[in-house]
Design a protein. Structure first.
Length: 375
């Protein structure tokens, strides 16, 4: 398995691959993971490694710090008020390109030592698939490529120089021509060279590990109303539409400051956000995965923010559902929004303040009329 995001790294990108590595041994597979050093990646959750079966081999590849240079360049351009897309020239096919040489080296060493039967790569980052392509060409191993997100068809993909964008499209199609099997996280993940009727393609959706929920079903929410967002806030996922809506409800008297709490669990630096000045806010900072799931069960209701450029669902959606709390999702038009709506929650557009206000008001005051089909 070539997987950059893997314990001791934390965050949402780790869970799907970790669970595959955890449960493949029950199907008769011995798992060998080639992962990165995690240099420059701040989210850590070393407790996750305890979930791996005894005998799982984890090999760490040295990583050139290209992503750090890229992040610093983007920050400098942003401070100067300039477009940040020129920073994309640092690292190709993505910002984790510094992992490529080490990943190939470690994977080839693992092939010689362990004689594996199958090669498995997972993205993001797509550098994992490029490393897999090199290893497959040199070894001839059957190859399974797992796409947690789209590649060049990702609507959130940063703008690139046109030659680099064309090179990315060519590389994606080269990868999909060579793979034996393609795994997609859901129906919304579109990959160049893999049509809907491609016999090589299989959908394996994200989900919930029942072992992560042991003992949480008896957790009671607080006496006051706690609306919790569990996960990171970054880029276009900045929470501003929710903050604006809640401020409006507070000013109209539809929210009681003394009995309402807006809680952020995870990597969300919102302490100085100007829209939060009048809101009763608590913040935990980054917590490990077990604590993040517990926080979902400790909420009165849960908030999900998935912008329209992020069509694919996340594992967090299913953990939210497992907590059996009302959900408001700024996710209309996305796979996550569809799932929330079909299971009785509300999905509204992130750019429609009126709908956000109405959804939050119905959430805080459930006696008001709810949408048809909601429970």
């Amino acid at each position: 398995m070539l997987a950059y995001y893997f314990p001791p790294l934390g965050g949402g990108g780790v869970q799907r691959t970790l669970k595959h590595a955890k449960y493949l041994p029950t199907a008769g597979f011995d798992v060998i993971v080639v992962t990165g050093s995690g240099r420059g990646f701040p989210l850590r959750d070393p407790e996750l490694a305890r979930e791996l079966a005894p005998g799982t081999v984890v090999l760490r590849a040295r990583t050139l710090p290209l992503q750090i240079a890229r992040w610093k360049t983007e920050g400098a351009l942003r401070r100067l008020g300039l477009p940040t897309w020129p920073a994309s020239v640092i690292g190709w096919p993505d910002e984790m390109a510094g992992w490529l040489p080490g990943a190939v080296h470690q994977a080839l060493r693992a092939v010689r030592k362990y004689r594996p039967d199958v090669l498995y790569t997972t993205s993001s980052p797509v550098t994992a698939h490029v490393a897999g392509l090199i290893v497959q060409r040199l070894t001839g191993l059957p190859w399974v490529a797992d796409f947690r997100d789209p590649w060049t068809r990702h609507l959130y993909m940063p703008r690139q120089f046109r030659p680099m964008a064309r090179a990315s499209e060519d590389m994606e199609q080269l990868v999909t021509r060579r793979v034996d099997r393609v795994v997609l996280a859901d129906d919304s993940v579109s990959v160049l060279g893999v049509e809907a009727d491609d016999p090589r393609a299989t959908i394996i959706r994200n989900g919930v590990d029942a072992e992560d929920l042991v003992g949480l079903d008896a957790t009671a929410p607080p006496a006051h109303f706690r609306l919790s967002h569990v996960g990171s806030l970054y880029g276009t996922i900045d929470g501003a539409p929710i903050f604006t809506a809640l401020r409006g409800l507070l000013q109209r008297g539809a929210l009681d400051r003394e009995s309402f709490e807006l809680r952020f669990v995870g990597d969300a630096n919102v302490a100085d956000h100007p829209l939060l000045a009048d809101l009763p806010v608590t913040q935990t900072g980054y917590v490990d995965h077990g604590e993040a799931v517990r926080e979902m069960f400790c909420a009165t209701a849960l908030l999900l923010h998935r912008p329209s450029v992020t069509r694919a669902s996340s594992g967090k959606v299913f953990e939210y559902l497992a907590a059996e709390r009302p959900i408001v999702a700024l996710a209309a038009g996305t796979e996550a929004g569809r799932i929330v709506t079909e299971t009785g929650g509300e999905a509204v557009p992130a750019d429609d303040p009126a709908q956000i206000v109405e959804a939050l008001q119905r959430l805080v005051h459930p006696r008001l009329e709810r949408p048809a089909g909601a429970v």
